[in-house]
Design a protein around this ligand. Structure first.
Ligand code: KG4
Ligand code: ZN
Length: 405
């Protein structure tokens, strides 16, 4: 089959993104317009503002992606767009524009699940150029070309909105997915964001906590229990806590997550140690700096705060790695993918690499710039669909709660 150039469009949350990807693997261009500055004053994504910003950004972002790829509207082979899950109003901006392009240009339109996009981000190759443009050369990213991939693949998708474990298999060229775990409450990235907000560290929280954690003692604060438990009233009439891993039948064990408890534990810790005043002062001081650097954060964090941050990250990482590797053993998978915004986290990458190696399990991540939301991953996930002509009808719509199968 000749090379296929797919234009990907992504607008599910707070990033307006467009990219051109060759044959599902080679990123030719990757443009991401972030709305962080718009949402920062509110400490989280405001859906109405997100839609408005997508409307403003979508046309220039797509034009830039085509120009950087030295492609034109006419030269691309297909247009791929995120159908869901995500914010309905935000998704609709990308979908409407993609439909208009596909209709006007008479090109195939491909609807992609955002989570499948995150999984396929692992297969993408950023050119050295693009890596140095992004000034990122990390040790722990090892993307894998489709051809060498061993199935079944276990994929942990861990982001601001999702903490999911998928078992992925290939049927002919198409990928099929089985969800074998998800969060019962907060997503892991959401926990990072909420804890950072709580400690006056701003938004989004993941990158800040990632950079501050090496400066604290990860063993200073214990969050019981290491295996985070959850009151599961479906399984037990008495409503007592049960181990999440045991809530399933033997053939299809489930590995669910729960991160709202640790957030509550941090609220209690803050109250018990009278940290409130210091937090308010830090929040105020940091809000007056346009782009705070690591030194700015460090100068405004006392030892107790740094220890708390490091201990929180260690607890989340330990839980994600522990449950994911237990799932990998239970389903005897050949390969592990770790992807989504939280997969950019250094400690998470290092711990997965180390623990995966002990079990002889190959672990792959997207390059760090492709861990968070982008459109290259949407174009990549569209490629197998392009090959089998799995095109979307013109009347398909956004699905805020779209499941991956
Ligand atoms: O995949 P993504 O860009 O958007 C969603 O689909 O949600 O993920 C964003 C999430 C945010 O919660 C952010 O705090 C988290 O990923 N994140 C990180 C890091 N970079 C982004 N969490 C931990 N460590 C990081 N380095
Ligand atoms: Zn995402």
């Amino acid at each position: 089959m000749p090379d296929a150039y797919i234009l990907g469009i992504e607008s599910s949350c707070d990033e307006t993104a467009a990219a051109v990807v060759r044959s599902g693997e080679q990123v030719i261009s990757n443009v991401v317009a972030s709305q962080i500055a718009t949402h920062q004053p509110y400490g989280g994504v405001v859906p109405e503002l997100a839609s408005r910003e997508h409307l403003r950004a979508i046309v220039p972002v797509v034009r830039q992606a085509l120009a950087e790829a030295k492609q034109t509207y006419d030269s691309v082979d297909a247009i791929a767009v995120t159908q869901g899950p995500g914010l309905a109003g935000a998704l609709l901006v990308g979908i409407s524009y993609a439909k208009a392009l596909a209709f006007a240009l008479d090109k195939p339109l491909i609807a992609v699940n955002h989570l499948e996009g995150h999984i396929h981000a692992v297969l993408l190759d950023l050119s050295q150029d693009q890596l140095s443009q992004n000034q990122l050369s990390q040790n722990h990213e090892r993307q894998k070309g489709n051809h060498e991939l061993q199935f079944p693949v276990l994929a942990l998708v861990v982001s601001g909105g999702h903490t999911h474990l998928y078992l992925a298999r290939q049927n002919d060229r198409s990928w099929i997915y089985e969800n074998i775990g998800h969060t019962r409450d907060d997503a892991a990235g959401e926990a990072f964001d909420k804890v950072a907000k709580l400690l006056g560290l701003g938004y989004p929280g993941g990158p800040v906590i990632d950079r501050l954690s090496p400066h604290g003692n990860p063993n200073a604060v214990k969050f019981p229990p290491a295996q985070i438990k959850h009151a599961d009233r479906r399984g037990r009439k008495d409503g007592r806590s049960v181990e999440l891993v045991s809530d399933s039948n033997d053939d299809h064990p489930r590995f669910d997550f729960s991160y709202s408890g640790i957030k509550t534990a941090i609220v209690r810790y803050v109250e018990a140690h009278n940290m409130r005043k210091g937090i308010d002062a830090r929040r105020k001081a940091l809000s007056q700096i346009a782009k705070p650097k690591l030194e700015d954060y460090l100068a405004r964090c006392d030892r107790r705060t740094l220890d708390l941050v490091a201990s929180f990250q260690r607890a989340i990482v330990g839980d994600l790695v522990g449950k994911t590797l237990a799932a990998a053993r239970a389903y005897d998978v050949a390969t592990l993918f770790v992807t989504g915004g939280v997969a950019a986290n250094q400690e998470l990458r290092q711990t997965f690499e180390r623990e995966g190696a002990k079990e002889g399990l190959p672990v792959y991540f997207p390059s760090r710039p492709l861990s968070t939301d982008n459109a290259a991953m949407i174009a990549a996930a569209a490629f197998p669909k392009f090959q089998v002509k799995d095109f979307a009808p013109m009347d398909f719509s956004a699905e805020a709660g779209l499941a991956l199968r």
